[in-house]
Design a protein around this ligand. Structure first.
Ligand code: SAM
Length: 277
C-alpha cells in the first residue's frame, strides 16, 4: 500500500533549547537545528507559535537526562514517546542534528562518534547512486538513507512495514524530504517478490539487527534482490557487527550474498557489505 507522507510542523523542545529560553534567549531552533525562530518570553513562561508553555514545564524539560524530544502541540507539551506493541521513542542525540528512533531501547542508526544523519550519508556515499538511477531503499525508518539518495537525483522507492515509524517520521523535521519519495507500507520480504526482474539500478538495504528481522538476512531474500537488480547493479547492505556473535558477521553476510550470485566487498568502517550483480 502506498503511504503518502506529510510533514507536520510541530515545534520541538529539548533540554538544550529549554535552557536557552529559560536564560532569556528568544531566537531559538524549534526544529533540531534546521532553522531558528522567535518565541515570546514572558514572566510565567514562553509563547511558542501561539501556544503558552509554563516556566515549570520548561524547567522540567531542561533537567531531562534521558534525551527526550518534546512536541509543543496546541493541547499541550508531549514527549516523542509512545507505546504500541513496542516502546517507540524519538531520541535526541545532540542539540542541532537529526534524531534517531529507538524501539524498545534499540536505536536504528549508529550514534557513537557519528550522527544518524552522517551514518545514513556514509551508507549512501558507499552505494554512490547516480542521477536518474532507480533505487530501492529497503527499510524507510526515519528516511535518512532515502533522503540522501533522493538528494543525488535518483528515483527512490522506499519500503517500511511499520506505520508507527512513518507517523513518528511525520513529526521529525529531518524526515521532511520524505514528502518527495515514493513510500510503500509493506513487509519488504513480501514486497520484493512482486517486483519485476532487473528493474532496479541499485538497492540500499538497511534492516534492523538480524535478531529482529531474520528473514531480511536470508538467502531467499537475497535471491530476490539479485533477481530485481539490473546486470552490474549494486546492493549496499548494512549488517552491523552483533556483539554476541563469535563469527565475523559481515564476512558471513558477504558469503551468503555470494552464494546467491553476488560479488562482494566488505566495508568494515560502516559495517556494510557492498555487493554487485
Ligand atoms: C535501521 S531502520 C532503517 C533506517 C533508515 N534507513 C533511515 O535511514 O532512517 C530499520 C527499519 O526497518 C523496518 N523494518 C523491519 N522489518 C521490516 C520489513 N520486513 N519490511 C520493511 N521494513 C522493515 C523497521 O520498522 C525500521 O523502521
Amino acid at each position: 500500500m502506498r503511504y503518502f507522507y506529510r510533514y507536520l510542523s510541530v515545534p520541538i523542545l529539548h533540554k538544550y533549547n529549554a535552557l536557552e529560553i529559560l536564560k532569556g534567549k528568544s531566537i531559538v531552533s524549534l526544529d533540531l537545528g534546521l532553522s531558528e525562530e522567535e518565541v515570546k518570553i514572558a514572566e510565567e513562561g514562553v509563547e511558542i507559535r501561539g501556544v503558552f508553555v509554563e516556566k515549570q514545564v520548561l524547567k522540567k524539560i531542561a533537567k531531562d537526562k534521558q534525551n527526550h524530544i518534546f512536541f509543543v502541540f496546541e493541547d499541550g507539551v508531549k514527549k516523542a514517546l509512545f507505546f504500541h506493541d513496542a516502546v517507540y521513542k524519538l531520541r535526541l542525540v545532540a542539540p542541532n542534528t537529526a534524531p534517531t528512533l529507538e524501539i524498545n531501547g534499540i536505536h536504528m542508526h549508529r550514534i557513537k562518534g557519528i550522527t544518524p544523519w552522517e551514518d545514513a550519508k556514509q551508507k549512501v556515499n558507499a552505494l554512490n547512486p547516480q542521477s536518474g538511477e532507480k533505487v530501492l531503499d529497503i527499510c524507510t525508518g526515519l528516511g535518512y538513507t532515502a533522503i540522501h539518495t533522493h538528494r543525488r537525483e535518483a528515483h527512490v522507492i522506499s519500503i517500511e512495514k511499520d506505520k508507527n515509524i512513518l507517523e513518528m517520521a511525520e513529526l521529525n523535521p529531518w524526515s521532511k524530504e520524505l514528502e518527495n519519495i515514493e513510500i510503500y507500507l509493506s513487509n519488504a520480504f513480501e514486497f520484493v517478490k512482486k517486483l519485476e526482474n532487473e528493474s532496479f539500478d541499485a538497492i540500499i538495504h538497511d534492516p534492523p539487527r538480524e535478531a529482529l528481522a531474520r528473514e531480511l538476512y536470508s538467502r531467499s531474500f537475497y535471491r530476490e534482490l539479485y533477481r530485481i537488480l539490473k546486470k552490474g547493479g549494486r546492493l549496499l547492505h548494512y549488517a552491523g557487527e552483533p556483539k554476541r556473535r563469535v563469527t565475523d558477521f559481515l564476512f558471513c553476510t558477504a558469503r551468503r550474498l555470494e552464494e546467491c550470485g553476488f560479488k562482494t566487498r566488505i566495508i568494515r568502517d560502516i559495517k556494510c557489505v557492498l555487493a554487485k550483480k
